[in-house]
Design a protein around this ligand. Structure first.
Ligand code: SIN
Length: 286
């Protein structure tokens, strides 16, 4: 029987009593989607999915997004992005170091993905955990005068500037990438299109700027919001076990990978991503 159990007071729901590859009745699925929207992350433990089943389960939540130029897409299933330190024929099969600063996926896109589903296949005995933060809870806890101050502000997000923070192992952006990656502007307070609740959209450790504000005012305000947002009361650190799945709502969550010894240990994670396009009917709130 489906059971929805809070992960902490501030974020997340553990979904128990279902096999994600089986038939999940619509009524149960609606409760799962509601918990996702309300608490920003869902945890399913002890699951076994083939890549096809992973993609099929993701599709129940919306349209699957495929990274068009990622060299780390699964060879047979490009919808799956591989996060791993493993190699094949001497070449890395996945991205080993990504996401080690607080971020939301595709923050540099005009229409960022609405969610991501990460599935653990092999995990190191220590490290390689993932942090998640609830940006709705963070926004709601802000003092009213700060909410009033930031209500109509916009942040300018630079993919070029974010790159060395997100991917310290990769070379600096090329001239072509710089030309192809224009800055994007987003509201600092993001209204969730399903729940209508407001979430803080201030990025993580990445240097975002506030539109129309001098740097000496913008930088401390952004730093304050970023640090406020990742206090322990809004965050959860997941210690992975093989068979765990976490689905996060990218509209209301930030996340951050942690260090592990990539020489001594193996880590293999498969991630699917939900595109910003129209979510499925099941994901709409009645
Ligand atoms: C990510 O940022 O999507 C990766 C999280 C992780 O590998 O723990």
């Amino acid at each position: 029987m489906l059971e929805l159990v809070p992960l902490t007071d501030g974020i997340g729901t553990e979904v128990r009593g279902i096999d994600v590859t089986g038939d999940i009745p619509d009524r149960d699925f609606e409760r799962i989607v509601r918990a996702w929207t309300d608490t920003t992350i869902l945890l399913f433990r002890g699951q076994r999915m083939t890549p096809e089943q992973h993609i099929a389960f993701t599709r129940r939540f919306g349209e699957v997004y495929t990274y068009t130029r990622s060299q780390f897409n699964h060879t047979d299933h490009p919808e799956i992005l591989i996060l791993s330190n493993l190699t094949r024929d001497g070449k890395p099969i996945g991205s080993a170091y990504s996401g080690r600063v607080w971020h939301s996926d595709g923050h540099y896109l005009t229409h960022p993905p609405i969610g991501s589903m990460l599935y653990a296949l092999e995990v190191p005995p220590v490290g390689g955990d993932t942090w998640f933060g609830n940006m709705i809870a963070a926004y709601e806890a802000l003092p009213q005068r700060v909410k009033d101050r930031i209500e109509d502000l916009k942040v300018i997000i630079s993919r070029v500037q974010s790159r060395p923070y997100n991917y310290p192992d990769r070379p600096a952006p090329t001239a072509q990438e710089i030309a192809e990656w224009p800055d994007v502007t987003q509201p600092l307070v993001r209204v969730h299109e399903v729940s209508g609740r407001k979430a803080l959209y201030a990025g993580g450790n990445v240097p975002w700027r506030i539109e129309g504000m001098p740097p000496e005012e913008s930088a401390p305000l952004i730093t304050f919001l970023q640090e406020f947002a990742v206090q322990p009361r809004f965050t959860y650190r997941h210690r992975w076990q093989p068979g765990d799945i976490i689905l996060w709502d990218n509209r209301s969550a930030m996340h951050r990978a942690t260090y592990y010894d990539h020489v001594a240990h193996r880590r293999l994670m498969h991630r699917t991503t939900l595109s910003a396009a129209q979510a499925t009917a099941g994901a709409a709130r009645s």
